[in-house]
Design a protein around this ligand. Structure first.
Ligand code: SAM
Ligand code: SF4
Ligand code: SF4
Length: 331
């Protein structure tokens, strides 16, 4: 042991997600972040919870721990961990709604549940786990939300299958919200999304993952490629393409070939999509060590080049970017 280390001042850390995010999960828990692949730092069971106050208190404790150089086990190696900087406003500015799993398709990669068409039918009849509005209203009532910046991320199953989605969106719109982000398979056209886009309060993101019907069917297990593309086009025609994002998740053995990616980018150009995100199936990244196959980079570079040449926006989520840069995932 080097005794001099005992006298070294400990490094201070912070995590912007821990500071200001809130994640309602389908595991019936409340968590401080939704880093998707790692963590979280701590978990609180939601069952029988009447108030969100104890969660806010625990969160403060963890913020202090990081500040004093103690990294919680769940945060080790997380890309969101940073050197400490003082932050004056610790009100919630991002809420992830992941408390429901009901969906109208069955993506083979879906991390929400083991997706089969039978499971999807079963899920449809299940009640939603808990009422998020009780907790959200409590946060608003106690000035614990930054109403201007608040970013809502509707993860979960598919929003069209969440029975009280209108009431939830109405609450945010009435009480104050910055942006409502809606990832959706886009199988059902929703006038409510069109309105949010028109009011510049919404963003919609669809993981199409394919450039043709056949591949889409293999991945999503429903024959809805044309419907989903038609609905994307409808939103773009009605509201412009600023807030319509389309994603391609590279799924090993299904769509990890350049021909499919080319069909996909051609389709994006045809319907006027402006923002493309490329991701990697999280199962590869989190299920154990995974070496990124060389041809994945060809797909990524093709999408990136098409975006550059056509003045479109290209993005890769932060954790996937770090794995692509390293060439492997090590979990
Ligand atoms: C669980 S879905 C719920 C929202 C909506 N049904 C959708 O698919 O867009 C939330 C997000 O997680 C992404 N996702 C789910 N499983 C994934 C996986 N194995 N790898 C990468 N992204 C995944 C989906 O593409 C979607 O953007
Ligand atoms: S460091 Fe990572 S795991 Fe920890 S709270 Fe932040 S985002 Fe979550
Ligand atoms: S559309 Fe979304 S929730 Fe439904 S199966 Fe696919 S990834 Fe999962």
């Amino acid at each position: 042991m080097n005794f001099l280390n005992l006298f070294k001042p400990k490094k201070s850390y912070m995590c912007p997600l821990m500071n200001t995010n809130l994640h309602f999960t389908s595991r019936n828990t409340l968590e401080p972040c939704c880093s998707a692949n790692i963590g979280p730092a701590f978990v609180e069971k939601l069952s029988e919870k009447e108030s969100i106050k104890s969660f806010v208190k625990t969160k403060k404790k963890y913020i202090e721990m990081l500040k004093h150089g103690e990294i919680p086990k769940g945060c080790t190696d997380c890309v969101h961990l940073q050197d400490y900087q003082p932050v004056s406003d610790l009100r919630i500015n991002k809420i992830t709604l992941n408390h429901y799993t009901q969906c109208n398709c069955a993506c083979i990669y879906c991390t929400q549940a083991n997706r089969t068409l039978e499971k999807i039918k079963e899920d449809m009849n299940k009640p939603v786990l808990f009422d998020v509005l009780k907790f959200i209203n409590e946060l608003y009532d106690n000035d614990l939300i930054d109403t201007e910046k608040l970013y809502i991320d509707f993860q979960g199953g598919n929003i069209s299958c969440l029975k009280n989605h209108e009431e939830i969106i109405d609450t945010f719109m009435k009480r104050g919200v910055g942006t409502i982000y809606i990832p959706t398979n886009n199988i059902v056209y929703m006038p409510l999304i069109e309105n949010l886009l028109k009011m510049k309060k919404g963003e919609v993101c669809t993981a199409l993952d394919a450039g043709c019907r056949e591949t889409y069917l293999k991945i999503k297990q429903v024959d809805k490629f044309d419907k989903s593309v038609e609905n994307l086009k409808r939103y773009i025609t009605a509201t412009g393409n600023d807030a319509v994002i389309v994603k391609y998740i590279i799924v090993n053995g299904y769509n990890d070939n350049l021909d499919e990616m080319k069909l996909f980018t051609d389709k994006m150009l045809e319907i006027g999509v402006r923002t493309i995100v490329v991701d990697i199936d999280y199962r590869d990244i989190i299920d154990g060590p995974f070496t990124i196959p060389k041809h994945y980079y060809d797909l990524v570079h093709h999408a990136e080049n098409v975006c550059r040449e056509n003045n479109m926006v290209f993005d890769i989520p932060p954790y996937t970017r770090s794995v692509l840069e390293k060439g492997f995932s090590s979990k």
